[in-house]
Design a protein. Sequence first.
Length: 308
Amino acid sequence: MSHARPVPSPQFSVCSAALLLLLFFAGCAQQAQQPGPPQEEPPDYLYDLTVKEIATWPRTVYLGDDYVVRVVVQIYGRHMPSAYRLMVFDYNETIYDSTITEVGLIRTFEFNYTNATEDTHNIRAYVESCDPLHPEPQPALSNNFRQKVVSPQPLGYYGQCYACMHLYYDAVNYVMRQAQAFNLTRDFTLHRVGLYLRTAGNSTIREPVIVEICRDDAGKPGEPIASSAITGEVGPEPAWHYAQFQGIPLEKGKYWIVARMGSADSYGVQWARSEGNPYGEQYDTMVFDLMDWPEWDYKLFDFVFQLY
């Protein structure tokens, strides 16, 4: 007895074909989702050329000092310009103008000044890019300029004792002379001396206040080198009053300011002083009282004064 061969079902063939198609398209989709090779970022040519600081060293400049003005240029951003130009002026005088090709993130330029006088210095610094292919972006140009006014300060004891300038005073009159010592660490040419004065009560005086510069004699005021006077009115409101000197050359060393009244008819003035001895040496303030002890005697505080 013979048996017939089974004939494959048409439904099975269609299902197999459909399954193969699904697997094919799934593989294509998965292949399409695979990431390609990484793309390089476009170059970033943005940068900010900045005059970061203008400063002096030492930070506070006193009359007679030798000092340095420092200009600091800094570059922010990823790109370094191929070159930049730096221009530095003192008022209308050009003190530096050069193209910098050795650029870096930060560079410092120094300018020496000697023997500071009362003249101020208006330091202005400009920096500009010299990169022809990649100029500095327009919004960053506001940082390309900086300015600093350098004003040398007088020698003496004044700025750090503002409170004492309105609280403590000692009398200067015909019988009572007051003296304040100061030390010079270098040669100095004296043009004027400032004393912070007032009168007692509501009085006003017009008599001159004599101001002498004396040598040091074993820790006390010695021989006078020069003498001048504070002229004009001194009233009850404390203020600076100045005695003018004609450029007196002083070598480094210790000297004394002696203040006294030239007329016995004057009530005199009061000279502002500190409480304690914050300035100079311990025994650098003295009094000479003709009515009490007619010799120089030590006082443990400091008078307020300026030297120009």
